[in-house]
Design a protein. Structure first.
Length: 387
C-alpha cells in the first residue's frame, strides 16, 4: 500500500491520454492576480465573516432533481454515471470542461451547474468570487473512505468544506535510462544534461514549470520573491534552446521515445508505458525538493439548482467501487483507501510509479498561486518561456 511504503525511495533513487484540458491553464495566466488576492484574504475569514450574521442552510445529500455536471471530457467513468442514474432514478447531463477558467467564467456570468470539477489551486479565487456553497463533509455516508490526510486538507478552513478531493498526483522527472545517467534525485537534473538537448520536455503550465525551476534552485515552488522568480525564469530561458516541447499532451513524446528527459505528471507515465518500444528503459522519480502536487476537487456552485443531488453524487464517488473505477480511468489516486489500493495494483509492475498518500500532507508539496504582488511577474516570465 502506498501509505505504508515508499517504493520510489525518494532520498535515493494516459492508451488513454490526459485531455489537453486536463488541469490546463490558459496560456499567459488565468487571472492569477485575482487568485492570489483571494488566497491572501480567505484563510483569515471566519464563518460569520463569510456569511454575515446568519449562517446559510447547508445542502443535504438527497435527490432534488437531475444533475448538471461540468467536468473535463472523459473525466468520469460511464459506469459511475450510469450507476448513479439507476440508483437514484435521475439523469446526469455532462458538460465538457475546457479549462479551469471555463467553469470560473461560466459561473461568474450566471450559467448554472449543479456540480463542477474544481481545483485546490483555484479555490481561493473561487471563494473570493462567491462561486461555491459549503457543505458538511460528515453528512457524506462515505466520507471516511478518504485517507485521513484528505479529510481536513490545507485548502479548507473550518468544519465546512467547499471542495471534495476527486483525484490527485505529483509532478516527476521522467527519463530514459539508456540515454541519461541520473546522478541525484533532484530537480537540478533537469538542467544538468546537455546530452539530452533536443529531447527535453516541460509541462505547459507555469505552476509546474516555473515551480520546478524554483525548487531546483533551492526556492519555494510557489515563491513570490522577485529575485527568486527571475533566477528560476532565467534558468529556464537558458535551457529553452534544448527543449523539444512544452506541452500538456505528454503521452506522445513518452510513447515515441523522443522524451529523454522530462518534467511531467507522474500519471502520464502509467498510460504512456504500454505504448513505448522498450518500457524497461523508462524511469521516473519525485525529486527530493518537492512534489508539485496538483489535484481535482468537486464543488457545488452557489447558483446550483439541484445541490442535494450534487452532494449525493459526491458521496457516490467516494464509494469504494466507484472510487476504484475513477482511479482506473484516470490513472491517478482518488484520495480514498480503495483508490490507493487500485492505484497500487495498476503500478505493480512499475513500483517507481507508486507514492504514499502522506506525500499530500505537506502543504509545501502542493502547487499554490503566487501572491498578488508576484502574479504579474510570474505571467511576464511565463510568457517568455512558453512563447
Amino acid at each position: 500500500m502506498p501509505d505504508d511504503e515508499n517504493p520510489l525511495n525518494l532520498e535515493n533513487d494516459e492508451v488513454y491520454t490526459r485531455r489537453l484540458s486536463r488541469r490546463a491553464l490558459v496560456k499567459g495566466g488565468l487571472g492569477v492576480a485575482a487568485m492570489a488576492a483571494g488566497s491572501a484574504f480567505l484563510p483569515s475569514l471566519g464563518r460569520a465573516a463569510r456569511y454575515g450574521s446568519a449562517m446559510p442552510d447547508l445542502v443535504k445529500p438527497q435527490v432534488d432533481g437531475d444533475l448538471s455536471f461540468m467536468i473535463f471530457a472523459g473525466g468520469c467513468p460511464t459506469s459511475v454515471i450510469k450507476g448513479f442514474e439507476k440508483e437514484y432514478k435521475v439523469k446526469v447531463k455532462q458538460t465538457p470542461l475546457v479549462s479551469d477558467q471555463d467553469y470560473i467564467t461560466k459561473l461568474s456570468s450566471g450559467v448554472s451547474f449543479d456540480l463542477v470539477k474544481s481545483s485546490p489551486y483555484y479555490l481561493p479565487k473561487d471563494l473570493a468570487g462567491g462561486l461555491f456553497q459549503p457543505f458538511n463533509p460528515h453528512d457524506l455516508k462515505h466520507f471516511d473512505e478518504l485517507k485521513p490526510v484528505f479529510r481536513k486538507p490545507f485548502w479548507e478552513h473550518g468544519s465546512l468544506h467547499y471542495g471534495l478531493l476527486y483525484d490527485w498526483g505529483p509532478d516527476a522527472i521522467v527519463y530514459r535510462t539508456d540515454k541519461i545517467d541520473i546522478k541525484s534525485h533532484s530537480w537540478k537534473e533537469m538542467f544538468n544534461h546537455p546530452e539530452a538537448n533536443g529531447h527535453i520536455y516541460l509541462t505547459a503550465e507555469q505552476g509546474d514549470t516555473i515551480g520546478m525551476s524554483l525548487l531546483a534552485h533551492g526556492f519555494p515552488g510557489s515563491s513570490s520573491n522577485p529575485s527568486q522568480i527571475k533566477q528560476a525564469s532565467d534558468a529556464l530561458l537558458k535551457l529553452k534552446p534544448g527543449v523539444a516541447g512544452i506541452t500538456d499532451n505528454q503521452v506522445p513524446p513518452l510513447a515515441s521515445g523522443d522524451a529523454w528527459l522530462a518534467a511531467f505528471w507522474l500519471g502520464t507515465v502509467l498510460f504512456g508505458l504500454p505504448q513505448t518500444k522498450d518500457p524497461s528503459t523508462v524511469r521516473a522519480f519525485i525529486p527530493k525538493e518537492g512534489a508539485l502536487i496538483g489535484g481535482d476537487t468537486l464543488s457545488i456552485p452557489k447558483i446550483a439548482k439541484h445541490p442535494g443531488t450534487a452532494l449525493l453524487f459526491m458521496d457516490w464517488c467516494l464509494r469504494p467501487d466507484n472510487s476504484a473505477a475513477i482511479t482506473e480511468a484516470l490513472g491517478t489516486p482518488t484520495g480514498t483507501t480503495a483508490g490507493a489500493a487500485t492505484y497500487t495494483k495498476m503500478v505493480k509492475g512499475h513500483p517507481y510509479l507508486n507514492f504514499p498518500s502522506s506525500l499530500g500532507s505537506n502543504k509545501a508539496n502542493w502547487k499554490q498561486p503566487p501572491t498578488q504582488s508576484a502574479a504579474k511577474l510570474w505571467n511576464q516570465e511565463w510568457a517568455q518561456i512558453n512563447s
